[in-house]
Design a protein around this ligand. Structure first.
Ligand SMILES: Nc1nc2c(ncn2[C@@H]2O[C@H](COP(=O)(O)OP(=O)(O)OP(=O)(O)O)[C@@H](O)[C@H]2O)c(=O)[nH]1
Ligand SMILES: [Mg+2]
Ligand SMILES: [Zn+2]
Length: 303
C-alpha cells in the first residue's frame, strides 16, 4: 500500500494511506543500514508487519524531490522562512543561509517577518530589503492574519509547504492561522532570554488545499560547511547580486575587490549593504575551506 509519512516519533511513523486512513508503521532495518532516515513528507510503500501494536512496516521510500536536515522534512515545494522582528531578534545570517540552501535544492522560499506588532518599522524595512532582493515576502503581527490564499499562490494548488525558522518566532501560530484551527500547541518565549522554548518537538504534516503544510521545530544554527555547500553556490541565495554580477568584467568575479565589478559598484544602490556583507562573509569562509572538501560527504546534495 502507498502512503505518506505525516509524523515520526521514536521510530514509529504515522502514515496517511491514499484511501485517507491513518496507520502506524515501523521502518525496515535496511534503511538504518543504508543510513536513510524515513522523514515526514516521504512517500512510502508499506505492508503488514504482523505486530498488533505497530501493524505496518515501511518497505520502500520513493525517490525524494529533496530532503532537509534542518528542519527535517522531505519533498517540500515551498519553504516558509519565519523570522520575528523582535523576541527573538532576527538572525539575518540564518535567514540568508536558508535562502542559499533553497537556491541549491531548488526549493521556493517565501519569507514571513513575524511579530511586526512589536516593531512595525523594522518589519517594513526587512520586508523591503528582501522584496527588493527578489523574494516573496509577507509580514504578520498579532492583529494581522495572513491570507492562506496568498501563501498558497507562492506554490500553487497541491504544493507542499514547510515552515522553517528559530524557536519562538510564531511558526505554530501561523500554521494554526493558515489551517484555521488550533491544531499545533503554541509556546511561550522565556522572559529572561527572549528566546523560544522549543515547543514544537516534531514535524507534523497537515492537509492544505489539496497539498500539505508542515509545522517544524525551531533551530538556531546551521553550518553551510557541514552541509557541504561550496563557495560557488553561495550566490544561489543572492539573486540580486547574481543579476548585477552579469555585468562584471571577469566571468569568475568573486565580487570582492576585482576591477570593474558591477556588484561592488552597486552596493548601497540596488544591493543592500547587509546582504552584500553576508554574501562576502559566507563566500570567503567557504573559499578558504575549499580544499577541505575532498572526501567529505555532500550532505545537501545526496538525497
Ligand atoms: N507579539 C506577537 N507574538 C506572537 C506572534 N505570533 C506568535 N506570537 C507568540 O510567540 C510565542 C511563540 O509562538 P509559537 O507559534 O509557539 O512559536 P514557534 O515558532 O512555533 O516556536 P517553536 O515551536 O518553539 O519552534 C507565543 O507566545 C505566541 O503567542 C505575533 O505576531 N506577535
Ligand atoms: Mg512551534
Ligand atoms: Zn563582480
Amino acid at each position: 500500500m502507498e502512503g505518506k509519512i505525516t509524523r515520526g516519533l521514536g521510530g514509529i511513523y504515522n502514515i496517511r494511506l491514499s484511501s485517507g486512513e491513518n496507520v502506524s508503521a515501523s521502518a525496515r532495518g535496511v534503511f538504518r543500514k543504508a543510513k536513510i532516515t524515513p522523514t515526514v513528507g516521504d512517500n512510502v510503500s508499506i505492508s503488514s508487519s504482523g505486530d498488533p501494536d505497530v501493524p505496518y512496516v515501511i518497505d520502500r521510500i520513493n525517490k525524494r524531490k529533496n530532503s532537509l536536515i534542518r528542519p527535517p522534512v522531505a519533498n517540500v515545494d515551498v519553504l516558509i522562512l519565519c523570522f520575528a522582528v523582535k523576541d527573538p531578534e532576527p538572525d539575518l545570517k540564518l535567514l540568508d543561509k536558508m535562502l542559499i540552501i533553497c537556491g541549491i535544492l531548488d526549493i521556493k522560499p517565501c519569507i514571513i517577518f513575524t511579530k511586526c506588532d512589536l516593531n512595525d518599522s523594522y518589519g517594513q524595512s526587512l520586508f523591503e530589503t528582501y522584496k527588493n532582493a527578489g523574494f516573496d515576502c509577507f509580514r504578520s503581527g498579532i492583529d494581522e492574519d495572513i491570507d492562506p490564499q496568498k501563501i498558497l499562490e507562492t506554490g500553487g494548488k497541491g504544493a507542499t509547504f514547510g515552515f522553517a525558522g528559530p524557536s519562538g518566532v510564531g511558526k505554530s501560530t501561523l500554521c494554526n492561522g493558515l489551517l484555521e484551527g488550533d491544531v499545533m500547541k503554541v509556546g511561550d518565549i522565556s522572559d529572561r532570554l527572549k528566546r523560544g522554548k522549543h515547543t514544537t518537538r516534531h514535524v507534523e504534516l497537515f492537509d492544505f488545499f489539496g497539498g500539505f503544510i508542515m509545522d517544524t521545530p525551531g533551530f538556531t544554527s546551521l553550518s553551510l560547511f557541514e552541509l557541504g555547500v561550496e563557495y560557488k553556490s553561495v550566490i544561489l541565495g543572492y539573486p540580486e547580486i547574481s543579476k548585477e554580477g552579469e555585468n562584471c568584467r571577469f566571468d569568475d568575479c568573486r565580487h570582492a575587490s576585482e576591477r570593474d565589478c558591477a556588484v561592488t559598484a552597486n552596493v548601497g544602490v540596488t544591493i543592500d549593504q547587509g546582504r552584500y556583507d553576508r554574501y562576502r562573509e559566507f563566500e570567503e569562509e567557504l573559499y578558504q575551506k575549499r580544499n577541505e572538501y575532498t572526501g567529505r560527504k555532500k550532505i545537501l546534495y545526496e538525497q
